[in-house]
Design a protein around this ligand. Structure first.
Ligand code: RUB
Length: 294
């Protein structure tokens, strides 16, 4: 698929989730490179890259992955680029696999785990743990786009017990089911360890804090933001109010797609490089994004 079509699908959320949008974007740049016949490759590639980066603003995996491809393009021959992009994509899939193995160790037999939205990092971790442990997952519907239905169907397909709840039922469900852990994905991890994820995540974190329930984030390090290291703020995407409901006379609507959970509410961040505390985000950024920070 070409970058323009890919950007449209990311914007409309036909392709969604922080890892998937990053992989789709770099795959489209790979296809663009393979089919390129012009004479100003880097300049043209940069145009396609900026198109992709503008498609959704919050998940930093998208600009990180796209910028990495630009970096590769500037440091290698064009002929080598498709193979290097394939290697990068493979590494990202491996990162997901590794973090799921690491995260699964933090799940115990009999755990009741609450999740929000639809995260491949969360689902793969739960699926890995469920190979040897009994787990019951409580998942929120995740208004307005109802990504929780995807989560629930995936778990049901893999025969993992799952209960779907309304977003507003989190507090009640924690008490009713005796939830033991919260596990969520991430769109962006900032240098101070704050995590941007689907709107509603921070409310769940504050309830978990009140009940003293471990709040765990599962994320590949591609979702750590070097821009925040350099002082930039993360933009929270605001989507059309029609996602909430059709127009109502005399009523304005506000539809932010993500929110920030402060590091104080996060117990651990599970990455492919191991389990870290949110305050180690800074170290990961320095180690992993040297190429970007320079
Ligand atoms: C998806 C979302 C997910 C993260 C992590 O939001 O908030 O929790 O992107 O997902 P949206 P993953 O549906 O608006 O894209 O672990 O799959 O990268």
């Amino acid at each position: 698929m070409n970058p323009l079509e890919t950007a449209k699908k990311i914007k409309s959320m036909e392709i969604r989730g922080a890892l998937e949008i990053a992989l789709a974007a770099v795959e489209s740049l790979r296809d663009y490179t393979k089919g390129y016949r012009g004479s100003t490759f880097i300049r043209d590639l940069e145009k396609q890259a900026s198109l992709l980066k503008k498609s959704r603003p919050t998940a930093v995996s998208l600009p990180n992955a796209v910028d990495y491809v630009l970096y590769l393009a500037k440091h290698h021959d064009r002929q080598e680029l498709p193979e290097l992009i394939d290697k990068f994509m493979k590494e990202q899939r491996e990162a997901l696999f590794k973090l799921s193995k690491i995260g699964a160790k933090r799940i115990e037999d009999g755990d009741i785990i609450l999740t929000h939205c639809n995260s491949t990092a969360v689902l793969e971790t739960i699926r890995e743990a469920a190979k040897t442990k009994r787990i019951h997952v409580i998942c929120t519907e995740t208004r307005p786009r109802n990504q929780g239905y995807l989560t629930a169907s995936y778990l049901a397909k893999h025969k993992i017990p799952v209960t779907l709840i309304l977003d507003s039922a989190v507090r009640s469900a924690i008490e009713h089911f005796g939830v033991k852990k919260i596990l969520i994905g991430a769109d962006t991890v900032a240098a101070n360890g704050a995590v941007a994820n689907k709107i509603g995540t921070s409310q769940i974190a504050s309830i978990a804090h009140e009940f003293n329930i471990p709040f765990m984030v599962a994320t590949e390090t591609i979702k750590f933001s070097p821009q925040t290291f350099l002082g930039n703020l993360i933009e929270i995407e605001e989507r059309e109010h029609t996602e909430i409901r059709p127009k109502m006379r005399g009523v304005t609507m506000w539809n932010p797609a993500f929110d920030f959970t402060p590091p104080e509410y996060i117990d651990i961040i599970i990455t492919e490089d191991g389990i870290i505390s949110p305050h180690m985000a800074y170290t990961i950024l320095k180690e992993k994004f040297g190429w970007e920070l320079k």
